[in-house]
Design a protein around this ligand. Structure first.
Ligand code: ADP
Length: 496
């Protein structure tokens, strides 16, 4: 199968969240399984650093028409580290040579619509010029949501895309790329597509909706989230559109990139370990982390960790609501993240007032993220909603027992430590349904009790560590979706 994956971020090139992990891990897994996969990304300023030596110019350049403007795109080439997966980087300094990927100082760039329409069209133009002739173009999130529409309306008429189907993956319904209607002019598409069944949503042009409507298959990043987003509570207004896709909407749980997140080989952690050696390994890591973040060096205290965007989505309202209560217990917290200044301030203040119990690191720090995964006993993820979530899976792989709100991918990966589940050897964490600070406080206390239970705790840890969290299964599931996308397009063209 020949696949082009278009994404606005991918590790190690650029990352703000889980999309970046997925956009690198899926091509790697497909490439390893013998498929011909290409990744296309914007060439951000952030790349003019350590990765620069791996990036080479090509002689491919072309103009992109955006309304009355013509903007030049240049293509650079690289590859995903330690793989043969080619990466095409779309260069246009006016759009991508900026301090942030999507925003600066907490404010989205005013021209985000233009930037990513430019990128999306450039993906197709570059794919045509490299003569890839893909079976599948796989677009991700609103930034590339126009691609399935461009394919269907314009490009499938051209020889380079005559047998190409599109797949669109929703990583988070909360980010929709909703822009004022005049931005339709930048798409180059006819106004007739600006209607409530296709690109229009409450008077705006909506790029997430566009991707959902025009793609041959739609996926999202967990089976539970695929169900949830068809309801008003989680659908962010697009639940009806999603229901309209019927069984061509599929939920596939992300995997873990085991080349990056594996406690047995992770170069960022103090001591490597596996399921047989986690007790010593984790305690060495814990001691080092406690020292690094200035918490008392105690092996007997349950250490809770969290690495996250600090937003309402991630349950910081619950943490803020129960922190003073649970801090009466004998426990420690380490928080790493950036986000809403309101939450950053609350956590900093907890760190200042409870110096022997709370370490709050405000920032984005990949190495510390790995150390937290390896060192903590319990990982907190009380998200209000969670399409897939990666950190709970990293935690399971690292023997760090996750405590989660049972939504989306959290419900699909964490099995609660009920007496029955423990007895059956299935339990790997703690999960709860009622979204309230009182319930989170209750679960934190429950985790402390379990942590001191010498029979139950090792079982939870080893059940999580023993399961294969790699991308093998997810990549197989994506291939099945690609096959369905190919067939649905063939069937559609035969019926014409
Ligand atoms: P989302 O994509 O909604 O932010 P995910 O759980 O899917 O959440 O993925 C978040 C990814 O970003 C994880 O790999 C996590 O470790 C990483 N991450 C989030 N915040 C930070 C941070 N402050 N420092 C380092 N890594 C972070």
């Amino acid at each position: 199968m020949k696949v082009v994956l278009a994404s606005s971020e991918a590790v190690p090139f650029a990352k703000t969240g889980g999309l970046a992990d997925v956009a690198a891990a899926l091509p790697k897994a497909l490439g390893a399984a013998g498929h011909d996969v290409w990744l296309v990304l914007p060439y951000y300023r952030q790349l003019s650093g350590p990765l620069e030596s791996t990036i080479h110019p090509t002689d491919v350049e072309f103009p992109i028409e955006l309304g009355s403007k013509s903007v030049q795109a240049r293509v650079f080439r690289s590859s995903l580290p330690e793989t043969d997966v080619p990466v095409l980087l779309i260069d246009q300094p006016d759009y991508f040579d900026r301090p942030g990927l999507y925003q600066q100082d907490g404010h989205d760039y005013d021209d985000n619509c233009e930037r990513f329409l430019f990128f999306s069209r450039s993906v197709l133009e570059a794919v045509a010029r490299f003569e890839i002739r893909p079976d599948i173009v796989h677009a991700n999130d609103w930034q590339t949501g126009i691609i399935p529409a461009l394919l269907k309306i314009e490009y499938q008429e051209t020889p380079e895309f005559s047998s190409t189907s599109s797949v669109f993956t929703i990583h988070n319904m909360a980010f929709q790329g909703s822009f004022w209607h005049w931005d339709m002019l930048l798409t180059g598409l006819d106004w007739k597509y600006f209607n409530w069944r296709q690109m229009e949503f409450f008077g705006n042009m909506n790029l997430l909706k566009t991707g959902i409507v025009f793609s041959d298959m739609v996926t999202t990043v967990s089976p539970t989230y695929a169900q949830e987003i068809q309801t008003p509570e989680f659908g962010c207004g697009l639940n009806g559109v999603l229901r309209g896709r019927g069984d061509s909407l599929v939920g596939i749980l992300n995997g873990v990139d085991t080349a990056i997140w594996n406690p047995a080989t992770d170069p960022h952690i103090t001591e490597n370990y596996d399921v047989n050696s986690y007790k010593t390994g984790k305690s060495v890591c814990k001691d080092h982390l406690q020292q690094a973040v200035s918490l008392p060096r105690r092996s007997d205290v349950p250490l809770f960790g969290m690495i996250s965007r600090m937003t309402d989505q991630k349950g910081f309202d619950l943490i803020a609501g129960c922190a003073e209560d649970v801090l009466q217990e004998d426990l420690q917290f380490v928080f790493l993240g950036t986000g809403d200044s309101h939450y950053e301030e609350i956590l900093k203040s907890l760190g200042d007032r409870y110096t022997d119990k709370v370490a709050a690191v405000i920032g984005f720090d990949e190495m510390l993220a790995h150390q937290i995964e390896a060192s903590c006993d319990i990982y907190l993820m009380p998200s209000r909603f969670e399409p897939c979530g990666l950190n709970q899976m990293y935690s399971l792989a690292y023997g760090t027992v996750p405590l989660v709100h049972a939504v989306g991918g959290l419900a699909d990966s964490v099995i609660d430590a009920t007496t029955e589940n423990i007895a059956a050897g299935h339990a790997n964490g703690l999960s709860f349904n009622e979204y309230s600070p009182e319930q989170l406080a209750h679960q934190i206390r429950r985790a402390i009790t379990l942590y001191h239970d010498e029979s139950a705790w090792p079982q939870l840890v080893s059940t999580g560590m023993s399961r294969d969290w790699s991308w093998n299964q997810s990549a197989t599931d994506y291939l099945a979706v690609y096959e369905r996308a190919l067939h649905s397009r063939e069937a559609a063209s035969q019926s014409l």
